[in-house]
Design a protein around this ligand. Structure first.
Ligand code: MN
Length: 325
């Protein structure tokens, strides 16, 4: 069983011979995995495909793939090319790539909330399903609809995206049976869950564990513990380095606290700009909260980048949560 892939997208791939595959800036395993597996499948169909990313490749589980991405779209790559945007629905999120993609026929493969508002066309097809657990899930459906079975490497890349976006299937509820059917096909094609788990969770630096300690010690509870706020000051970046960041583990640890409904993590990225991450356990839709500040994401995982400092930003969110709790 497979989810239906829009015919326009299959026609788009058949029609074009040359592709530029881009994803969002600050890529994750889902973004990298879907881009690389897509490029590999297109090459097997005799097409030309380049993968581009604005980076940075900070997350340890994707650092290995950095060298396979171009960080600019070259003129010769643009010539007669079509674009496939993966894991985001707006060219703005591709970072520096945006201007270089203008005017080219563009397909979108995405699973973000809000992306579903993009209208597709024959020339610019969209394959957007916010209920999909990962874009690699949609990419497998697409590869299969093109008449291919994933190679071992493609299966490993697709499985990596499925595991990172679902946090190793923890976000799958009783509606997610299809995810396991897809996972089963990927394992049959060569993916290895044990290996992928160690790949995602192992290999951390000692400094990254100490940074977690600092962030945990500084976290605070609000609204009888329904909200937990963690913050990372700018000087911690100097102290521990960007490669020590591991927000997934921080969220996981704080989400295990009894009674918590939302974890908010604010990082002072530069002296004047912060990133705000929001994770909810179940019923609270943090994507609409992030969207009200100009960001986006999924119901249970969303974020936004804002001008300001931690001290000026967190009270604005407390005002919003006050109305919810
Ligand atoms: Mn994703």
């Amino acid at each position: 069983m497979s989810i239906p892939v829009p015919q326009e997208l299959l026609d788009f791939i058949k029609k074009h011979e040359k592709f530029i595959i881009v994803g969002h800036k600050d890529p994750d395993g889902d973004c990298v995995g879907s881009q690389l597996a897509m490029a590999s499948a297109l090459k097997r169909l005799g097409k030309n495909a380049v993968v581009c990313s604005a980076g940075p490749f900070n997350r340890s589980e994707i650092a290995l793939y950095r060298n396979r991405f171009a960080n600019v779209v070259k003129d010769e790559d643009r010539l007669d090319a079509a674009v496939i945007i993966m894991d985001c629905s707006v060219t703005m999120r591709t970072g520096d790539m945006e201007d270089r993609l203008k005017g080219l026929p563009t397909a979108i493969v995405d699973h973000h909330q809000g992306g579903d508002r993009c209208a597709g066309s024959q020339e610019n097809p969209v394959f957007i399903d916010p209920s999909a657990p990962s874009v690699t899930f949609l990419t497998l459906a697409l590869i299969e609809a093109l008449g291919l079975v994933p190679t071992e490497e493609e299966a490993k890349l697709l499985f990596l995206g499925l595991c990172t976006d679902t946090d190793f299937f923890r976000h799958i509820d009783s509606t997610g049976y299809e995810t396991f059917a897809y996972a089963s096909r990927l394992i049959k094609a060569g993916a290895n869950p044990k290996e992928t788990f160690h790949f995602i969770n192992g290999g951390r630096s000692f400094a990254s564990r100490r940074l977690l300690g600092v962030l945990l010690a500084g976290s605070r509870q609000y609204f009888d513990g329904k909200l937990i706020l963690a913050t990372e000051e700018y000087h911690e970046i100097q102290r521990f380095g960007l490669e020590s960041r591991d927000s997934d583990t921080l969220y996981r640890l704080l989400q295990s606290v009894s009674g918590v409904e939302v974890v908010m993590f604010i990082r002072q990225e530069t002296p004047t700009r912060c990133s705000v991450g929001l994770r909810s356990m179940d019923k609270i839709d943090v994507s609409t909260i992030a969207a009200s500040f100009g960001g986006g994401g999924h119901k249970n995982a969303a974020g936004v980048t804002m001008e300001g400092t931690i001290e000026t930003i967190y009270p604005q969110f407390l005002d919003v949560f006050e109305k919810i709790f």
